[in-house]
Design a protein around this ligand. Structure first.
Ligand code: IPE
Ligand code: IPE
Ligand code: MG
Length: 239
């Protein structure tokens, strides 16, 4: 397998947008101010993804574990995400972005779910960047959901257990057309995947950067892509 050329871009990029709380506390501000400030980073990075003509960009916005946070923070995040969609969907739609949400619908308040559904409907025919927003998302729940659907097909006699393959699992992921990511960036210095895209990151290059999410901009993304270019992807074969 060839190492990445100097200008090679990932086709599918995943980002764990982490460090909003710390960004705010370091400044003596409320954690929610950090989330609010994170909007600038989201907008800049999505615009970069459009300009770079990436095929898919996944952003981890709210995990199935984030419900454990204090109620006011969770409620803020629900409202804030609706506001963010109100603010940016028009521009992204104009730029041919196809927006989808990865995750479970349960527990998401009606006002946000309606906006999410509207957004998906509005942008579903777009052919540019696939923006996959992970919301109420967990990698393990995603696999549980896939397994339940597969078990139903087996119970209905539509599928034989021995016919189940990696392809069958991929067909049942939340975004079956993006079953694998080339690169995953996590901001804020934490070095773990926190239940993000467990199946899809199997062979991704993992890049951890110290920058806190609200400070992350296109330039930081380009630095991360430069690091990706220094990696040799072997997929188990010899370099
Ligand atoms: C990421 O920032 C945003 C969400 C998880 C919603 P955090 O809120 O996790 O920020 P830190 O990790 O506490 O600094
Ligand atoms: C992961 O960040 C989830 C999102 C960025 C949405 P967390 O801050 O929730 O993860 P942990 O708790 O540090 O693992
Ligand atoms: Mg965090």
């Amino acid at each position: 397998m060839e190492p990445n050329g100097p200008d090679k871009l990932p086709t599918h990029l995943a980002i764990i947008m982490d460090g909003n709380g710390r960004w705010a506390t370091q400044k003596g501000r409320q954690r929610i101010d950090g989330h609010r400030e994170g909007e600038k980073a989201i907008t800049d990075v999505v615009r970069a993804g459009i300009d770079l003509k990436l095929e898919a960009l996944a952003l981890y916005a709210f995990s199935t574990e984030n419900w454990k946070r204090p109620k006011p923070e969770v409620e803020f995040l629900m409202r804030f995400n609706k506001e963010l969609l109100d603010l940016r969907v028009g521009e992204f739609h104009e730029k041919n972005v196809k927006i989808r949400f990865l995750g479970r619908r349960q527990r998401i308040p009606g006002f946000l779910m309606r906006k999410m559904d509207e957004t998906v409907e509005l942008t579903k025919k777009n052919t540019g960047l696939k923006l996959n927003i992970a919301y109420n998302y967990g990698g393990q729940p995603e696999l549980v959901d896939a397994m339940r659907a597969i078990a139903d097909e087996v119970a209905d006699g539509k599928l034989k257990p021995r016919s189940i393959s990696e392809k069958t699992i991929e067909k049942h992921l939340y975004a079956p057309d993006v079953p694998a990511y080339d690169m995953m960036v996590r901001t804020s210095g934490e070095m773990r995947t926190s239940n993000f895209l467990l199946w899809e990151l199997a062979y991704a290059e993992l890049i951890f950067v110290p920058t806190l999410w609200p400070d992350f901009r296109r330039g930081h993304l380009m630095d991360a892509i430069e690091e990706y270019n220094l990696r040799t992807r072997k997929f188990g074969a010899l370099a």
